[in-house]
Design a protein around this ligand. Structure first.
Ligand SMILES: C[S@@+](CC[C@H](N)C(=O)[O-])C[C@H]1O[C@@H](n2cnc3c(N)ncnc32)[C@H](O)[C@@H]1O
Length: 200
């Protein structure tokens, strides 16, 4: 019985989202991690002109609205699944984040958001090392990597402290949150980590 109710609830929720999307309205999930991302993290970068070339990795129906969020920036999206291209930016790339250097010059990007990708497809050690190595290469000096992940066994293949490529970055105490690693409220233990490329 409980299973049937859950199925009906999910179908109803899917139907409402499809209808809203058809009417040009994107309903975003209201979880705490999404609120922190959209209401605290994004505004910091939007308000600062020095962050002008932005890459958002991993696209889904609820990230399509970020095209508007970053309308005054040079906004790129990258996603491995071609079926998700419709959620991406006008400047969209279909590829794995491991291959970033094939698409961007060294130092071309000011900010990379890589949220919900580690542990959600980017799971194995070598691809993870390559992905964050390429992120480092493509960011300019002073550029920032915002990494979001779920610190739970099902979604955290190995500790991020083990990733050598991330050690090339300096941890950034992100001013609006006053910390370099922020744990949001919720069962998914969603965390945000802030990394700055600093070659000095
Ligand atoms: C949980 S969703 C996260 C979407 C979005 N980034 C967000 O903020 O919620 C994970 C997305 O990452 C994509 N993805 C998984 N591995 C990837 C990879 N190696 N490179 C690029 N995208 C990848 C998946 O196809 C999926 O659309």
């Amino acid at each position: 019985m409980g299973g049937r109710i859950e199925t009906v609830r999910r179908l109803a929720s899917w139907g409402v989202r499809r209808l809203a999307s058809y009417c040009g309205i994107d309903l975003a999930p209201g979880s705490n991690d999404r609120i922190v991302l959209e209401d605290v993290i994004f505004p910091y970068f939007i308000q600062r002109d020095e962050f002008s070339v932005i890459l958002f990795v991993g696209c889904h129906w609820y990230t399509r609205r970020y095209n508007k969020t970053f309308k005054d920036k040079t906004y790129w999206t990258l996603e491995i699944n071609p079926a998700h291209s419709k959620y991406g930016a006008r400047r969209h790339i279909v590829d794995s984040v491991e291959n970033l250097r094939a698409h961007f010059d060294e130092g071309e990007l000011d900010v990379i958001f890589c949220n919900g990708v580690f542990g959600w497809g980017l799971n194995d050690k070598d691809p993870v090392e390559k992905a964050f190595h390429e992120c480092f290469e493509c960011l300019r000096d002073g550029g920032i990597l915002v990494l979001g992940w779920n610190d739970i066994p099902e979604r955290c293949p190995f500790p991020l402290e083990d990733v050598q490529a991330l050690r090339r970055f300096r941890r950034l105490v992100f001013p609006p949150l006053s910390t370099a690693e922020y744990l949001t409220v919720g069962p998914g233990r969603h965390k945000y980590g802030f990394y700055v490329k600093s070659e000095g």
